[in-house]
Design a protein. Structure first.
Length: 273
């Protein structure tokens, strides 16, 4: 029996059809949550909702394009219409990239990444906030270590995640005294489809991960770390020891961190068959 119960709490999750969002939904379904799940691929989302119901939870599946403001409004309103409240909003939907800035011939992919990662989280938070204030709920944003430091080949992604960090850190301060908590989650590499679906220099999905995935964290482990942070309303969660050491090192030797990041990406590129 888990010590982290979400019984009768309404948990709203974006990007819930796969990866971290799917695993969160399944985990929380088993703990009694009432789930509102959003994603673009409604067939996959309905399958996840069905799995959640099999675990004893209640689940609503709603087609959601977080880059579309009206889609976000509809998602939040549909969630409230179904369950009457929102206790937890987890902004998990996102898109990545993998190419050097100078390789692009068009800036459209950067606009798309910002629209999905930053504005998508902002839109959902905007429409959900009145309900979160009523429930003194939890607002969660899934970022990345690139939201803390720049990484070569990830310029647009890093920019969007830095924007998320600035927005949600500010919102935390503004919401002080309302009972609403804001938790920023900074995973490292997690074994999801995000890199396979990352945008390349032509603006299209790569189709294959540019990394050796053998050393990545499992989604199960990622979610196991996230849940206590959400329950205890932690300010932020930096998941890996390497990530925490890197952030500390950046304070005292930022140039060294830059060189390490560039070397790591160059090596990965050279190792790619």
């Amino acid at each position: 029996m888990s010590k982290y119960s979400f019984k009768n709490q309404v948990v709203v999750i974006t990007g819930a059809s796969s990866g971290i969002g799917k695993e969160l939904a399944l985990r929380m379904a088993g703990e009694g949550a009432l789930l509102a799940l959003g994603a673009r691929h409604i067939e996959k989302l309905e399958a996840v909702a069905g799995m959640c119901r099999q675990k004893g939870g209640k689940a609503l599946a709603v087609r959601l394009d977080v880059a579309d403001k009206e889609s976000c409004r509809h998602f939040i309103e549909k969630s409230v219409a179904e369950f009457g409240k929102i206790d937890v909003l987890i902004n998990n939907a996102g898109i990545s990239m993998w190419a050097y800035f100078e390789e692009f011939t068009d800036v459209t992919p950067f606009e798309k990444i910002m629209q999905v990662n930053y504005f998508g989280s902002l839109y959902c938070a905007f429409y959900a906030l009145p309900y979160l204030k009523k429930s003194k709920g939890r607002l969660v944003a899934v970022s990345s270590l690139t939201g803390k430091t720049g990484v070569p080949t990830r310029s647009g992604y890093a920019a969007s995640k830095h924007a998320m960090a600035g927005f949600f850190d500010t919102l935390r301060i503004e919401l002080r005294g309302t009972g609403v908590s804001v938790t920023m989650v900074y995973p490292g590499f997690v074994a999801t489809d995000v890199r396979r679906l990352a945008l390349g220099k032509d603006g299209k999905s790569l189709g294959n991960s540019p990394l050796d995935e053998s050393g990545t964290m499992s989604v199960e482990r990622c979610v196991a770390l996230m849940v206590p942070a959400i329950v205890h309303r932690k300010r932020e969660l930096v998941m890996t020891l390497k990530g925490r050491l890197g952030l500390w090192l950046k304070l005292i030797a930022p140039g060294l961190v830059d060189r390490i990041a560039l070397k790591a990406v160059t090596k990965k590129k050279a190792d790619k068959p």
